[in-house]
Design a protein around this ligand. Sequence first.
Ligand SMILES: [Zn+2]
Length: 479
Amino acid sequence: MNTHRSWLHAVVVVTFIMLFVSLGGCGGDAPTPIIHAQNPNIYELSAGSASFSAVAGDTTGTTFQLSLANVGKDIFFFPVQSDSQVGTTAVASVISSWLGIYGSIAPVSVLKGTLPNQEKIVLFCKLDKPVYQEATGRLNFSITYLDGSPKPVSGITVTDLILLIPDNSSTGQEEWAQLLLSSQSLQAFVGKTVLTDLSPVPESAVGLFDLDAIEKLAANDTDQLPLRLNRLMIFRSGFVRWQAVAGTSGPDYVSSIPSFQVVYPEKSVIIDPPCGEATYRKNSLGHTFQFYQDNFDRLQKTMQQADLIFSTHEHFDHIGGLAESPWLDQVLQKAVLTQEQLGSTKWIEQSGFGAKLRARLSPLKYANYHRLLPGIVLIHTPGHSVGHQMIYIKLKGGGAFLLTGDIAWNFDALRKLTGRPLLVSLSLGEDRDMTGHQIRWLHDEIVMKPERGIQVVVSHDFEMLEGFVANGLIGDGFE
Ligand SMILES: [Zn+2]
């Protein structure tokens, strides 16, 4: 990795952290923020060239100046709700409205340009103290970042610079990251480069999990193993391709939000009961989706009769249905949530588990692996969320499944070995090092070793699930 690239990468990561920190606390002397998060605009600004230079007297190496030359008088803007409504606005008026909203700190931005060696760069920047000189077409910002190492190289020049600035006055990390996710114009801009370059998977994850130990744990009562795995489709939706698999483009993937049932001779368990329609609509950023009400009602009845209910993780599309049960007292007694899932306050509350409900559950504590029932082993895999776990299922007939939850959103990510898309990780607060290693391990130890006879099941991969149902590997609907 060359020097330019490495510090730029550091800036990318660090400026995002700064954004998260700063947006929460940028009140100060600034006027009361004008909240128009429902309909933010994205401004696109082109400059012939730009240069970064260290600030004199800065001994920490955390501050530098960004100077953009040949900035035109007008910049494009795209309302998020409708990308077709492209218009132009004067740079000066945009800058003055930022100052009105933010004080000296301008909105955080995406910056793309070409280095002297023709390498493309993409940065996420917190821009401070914008000054625009209309006569010369020069726009200056200062950029500060927190990490002192590696230090920025003074005097770097980039050409063909484009700066995207969301005019979003809402505060908090999710709003901004979700704005990126929901904007077609930002997606087109950020596109392939940032997602491919910044979403690598580690070279190796040897020994991350001990598959022999897991299989042994699962099968230590061979005569009591479960008979079948069933799936029930609760939602069908779409994933913008790059959100599911980093670095890809093209038509959306079809996405599924299923629930699973493991059937034993004398009992059954439910895995991943998704929320109902209203909760999904509230949290789905306006994505179009199909909700299967009959299946949701069926899920609720099946949960009432089930022996255990548990989840790959604490997100609403994997556990929300439990909190929405019309038979809450009964189903709570069967719920097995881990200590990490219950402790992941923000997400578990979004899934409908307020403090009172959580107090009624006793958390499951385990390290690494836990044999929940004959044939079912939980595998501790924090990363996508702190309470994430994979679920290994061994059937009596000899087949085995590994429910990988949301470590990947489509099987292609495991097949093609792409890490979680950067913006998705930032939006969800994922631990990218962990998900990267998990993806590497799943690819090397499961996908590339079909002789093991373990079928990876990616929850949100509609095509994969329907394929399993079509060939009889997984049962269609709940019993
Ligand atoms: Zn999910």
